[in-house]
Design a protein around this ligand. Structure first.
Ligand code: ATP
Ligand code: MG
Length: 137
């Protein structure tokens, strides 16, 4: 069993597709082990996306991630990291496989509805960034 961090970004919450995104995860066999809605400050978003510090999109990305509430979740299942990334689709929605979350709902590279950890190391860091062990079931 593997755990990964998922975020429904501010554009996904605004579009009222929280239920649709969660349905896709659960239908694919992922279990919601933790969930909450939060509104990140710019500083919290900067810490979360620290790996992207220095990239040209870092400031815009962290502003976007702090412009409204998001849903943060721990997903658990077999190959949860890769499975979640497959359900999400490519970062650039124009390159995302048909039927993926980003292909169906994203409106730009930036406004791409969901975040997912990309490795076991990032999953460990990202889960710990938002959840105490006592909040994961
Ligand atoms: P995420 O980390 O959000 O799951 P990802 O792993 O598919 O997405 P990353 O390369 O980690 O993609 O980029 C993080 C986020 O930064 C992207 O989801 C997107 O919102 C934004 N981003 C990435 N590349 C660009 C770009 N070229 N222009 C604008 N925004 C970008
Ligand atoms: Mg990433």
């Amino acid at each position: 069993m593997e755990r990964t961090l998922s975020i429904i970004k501010p554009d996904g919450v605004r579009k009222k597709i929280i239920g649709e995104v969660i349905r896709r995860f659960e239908t694919a066999g992922l279990r919601i082990a933790a969930i909450k809605m939060i509104h990140m400050t710019k500083e919290v978003a900067e810490g979360f996306y620290a790996v992207h510090r220095g990239k040209f999109f870092y400031d815009e990305l962290t502003s976007f991630m702090s412009e409204g509430p998001v849903v943060v979740m721990v997903l658990e299942g077999e190959d949860a990291i890769a499975l979640n990334r497959k359900l999400m689709g490519a970062t650039n929605f124009k390159e995302a496989e048909p039927g993926t979350i980003r292909a169906d709902f994203a409106t730009s590279i930036q406004h791409n509805i969901v975040h997912g950890s990309d490795s076991p190391e990032s999953a460990r860091f990202e889960i710990g960034y938002f959840f105490a062990e006592t909040e994961i079931f």
